[in-house]
Design a binder for this molecule. Structure first.
Ligand code: AKG
Ligand code: FE2
Length: 355
């Protein structure tokens, strides 16, 4: 997992100047959090990396309900290597500490990050949990976008669904799940803890749902995408099933696809199931199992641009072509007309889990 020395925080005294408040407010703005919120730093640990030491890729768990981000403060120390590498939505960025000055890096806790092995010298960091305080809903209500969004919701719930391979029109959708961009744990799911761009979008849609006479809640969705795909490293013959012994870990042309780059062609199928939500009646986290149709799902960032938590490639099996299955978990805002209930019998598929 990691190879570092940790100095227990009880033994660490840190005295910041006034400038730290300004820096934190700048970080709040750059992380896309609204102006009337504040980031509160809470010292987590002091780490010393000697030559050769490192921290493998991981996400920081949200130990505190209000924790949204992590702050890494690198103390001045001559060293090479030991870069802090942070991933977000498929992009990575490297940060290097400085020899004679303090440097600060803040990132959302759901971003995977690692520290590469220190090549020479020592690297010393202080890590902080950044807790979010304040309310972001108040400002949204006055935004002119709210009436536009409310009109969009009314149109959505009044427009019959176009059925595939049929000239018949279906009934209008009874719900809308808008997928968010950041990762949330079931525990971290709360209006006051939406992150970055999700904060503003959540606040606007919440105000719009209210205006359109709709209910809205937060949920976690399981998404499976099946792609028509091929492996560019496999030669033509292998596509026809003659590759059994090429890769001992990959017996039947099937296996975890996490580390490999396949070429995606067409999206064959998507299935979206809500697995957890904040119960509209109880206000508490509940397990559910509610399948959504494509017409009931919307997002700004396509799911294919996110990082799947699992994937599996199935090579050519004789009957059908090569497919790549990818599984994702995304948070969603779920909206439905008030009084209509989300699980009316005969409308879409619905199965209740516990609760
Ligand atoms: O030392 C660093 O830069 C990062 C440490 C870290 O990721 C952690 O403590 O979770
Ligand atoms: Fe970390």
């Amino acid at each position: 997992m990691r190879d570092t020395w940790e100095i227990p925080k009880e033994l660490v005294r840190v005295q910041w100047t006034e400038a730290f408040t300004t820096v934190l407010d700048g970080m709040r703005a750059e992380l896309g959090l609204p102006p009337h919120c504040r980031l509160m730093p809470e010292l987590h640990s002091m780490l010393l990396y000697e030559t050769g030491q490192f921290f493998v890729p991981h996400q920081d768990s949200e130990k505190d309900d209000a924790m949204v981000a992590t702050l890494v403060v690198s103390l001045p120390s001559a060293h090479t290597g030991g870069e802090l590498v942070i991933e977000h939505q498929g992009r990575t960025k490297k940060y290097r500490g400085l020899k004679t000055a303090v440097s600060l890096v803040a990132f959302y806790s759901d971003c995977r990050h690692q520290v590469l092995p220190v090549k020479t010298g020592n690297r010393v960091t202080l890590t902080y949990n950044l807790l979010l305080t304040g309310d972001s809903q108040a400002a949204a209500a006055e935004n002119p976008l709210v009436s536009e969004l409310a009109a969009g919701l009314l149109t959505h719930f009044a427009t019959p669904v176009v059925l595939p391979y049929s000239s018949r029109r279906g009934e209008p959708p009874t719900r809308l799940a808008y997928l968010l961009d950041h990762e949330y744990t079931a525990r971290g799911l709360s209006w006051s803890r939406l992150k970055g761009s999700d904060t503003v979008r959540g606040a606007l849609l919440r105000a719009a749902a209210e205006r359109a006479g709709c209910e809205i809640t937060l949920a976690l969705a399981e998404i499976q995408e099946t792609w028509d795909a091929y492996d560019p490293d496999e030669d033509e013959d292998a596509w026809y099933g003659h590759h059994e012994d090429e890769d001992p870990d990959d017996h039947e042309g099937r296996g975890s696809a996490n580390d490999r780059q396949y070429v995606l062609q067409d999206l064959i199928e998507t299935s979206t199931t809500l697995a957890h939500w904040i119960g509209p009646e109880t206000g508490r986290l509940e397990d559910i199992s509610l399948d959504l149709s494509d017409a009931e799902v919307a997002s700004t960032t396509p799911t294919a641009d996110m990082t799947p938590y699992s994937s599996e490639y199935e090579g050519y099996m004789g009957n059908y072509g090569n497919t790549l299955d990818r599984w994702y978990r995304r948070a969603a805002l779920v909206i439905w007309p008030r009084g209509q209930g989300l699980r009316r019998p005969g409308r879409g598929v619905s199965r209740m889990g516990a609760g």
